[in-house]
Ligand binder design. Sequence first.
Ligand code: SF4
Ligand code: SF4
Length: 288
Amino acid sequence: MAEIETIDPVGDRIKCEIFEAATRQPRRTSRSVSMSTIGHPCERQAWYRFRNFDSLPMDGRVLLLFTVGDVIEDLAVKWLSNRYTIAHAGTDQMMFEDHGGLFRGYADGIIHGVMGGDERWILEIKSAGASSFRKFKANGVEASKIEYYVQLQCYMGYASLQCYMGYASLDKALFVMVNKDNSDLYCECVQFQPGVFYEAKQKAARVIRSQSPPDRTGVKKSDPICKFCDYKSWCWDKNMMVQYTKTCGSCKYLLVNNLTMWCDHPDHPFLIDKWGQGCDDWEEMDHA
Ligand code: SF4
Ligand code: SF4
């Protein structure tokens, strides 16, 4: 749809300034492989993200859109809490972790009594524009976005495995999607599938253990899976790329030993216990 031109040049200038200011927020580095993205079909993409390779810059409008989504999702928890008890929401979010803390996820809460009894389900809230929302409504979460489905499976799996806060069996999750265009809601009950959970757990371990980028899932740069990948330039045109975020993940001195990370620099060989940081001796790794 063509954008309608505005009649006020000052207004246009202010709009551009706001978008530009949004891009100046400091980027957070990744501290782990995230349960929210491990369901993506390409392990190589997960590896670039985990290793903190610089993703393609986002424009200010898209960054604002994500921020608006976060606010809407927080509001949805409030709306739901008018009707149900929700534990571990907001600042008390539940964190699940595995593989020495290098595989992590944060659930939006635990919702009590959705069937009228004392059942407790994992709660996950997402938001989307109208066209994506329609796909979720027509096809459900598993068929519409596998990353969200796998994320829920991880939360249910780890809640049971770790008996999180005494929640020994959380085998159902409530997925709620908010339509950002008209505030319609799509709600779905997702059942625990142990096979999906164990595959995600193993996949995360492969990503963490991999000394070099795993094989590509896409066959060529123009494949649909690669077209929207944040790391496609590293993947297909790495000689054109410059790494600005200097953390251990992209450093040539990083040594991976099973699921632990070591610095192999001759002056200070040590175990790396805080992922997502670096030091002045950083040198770019030579990866395939
Ligand atoms: S560009 Fe394609 S193959 Fe490369 S990491 Fe991204 S999705 Fe995977
Ligand atoms: S040299 Fe510095 S950046 Fe490189 S692996 Fe060691 S601690 Fe990390």
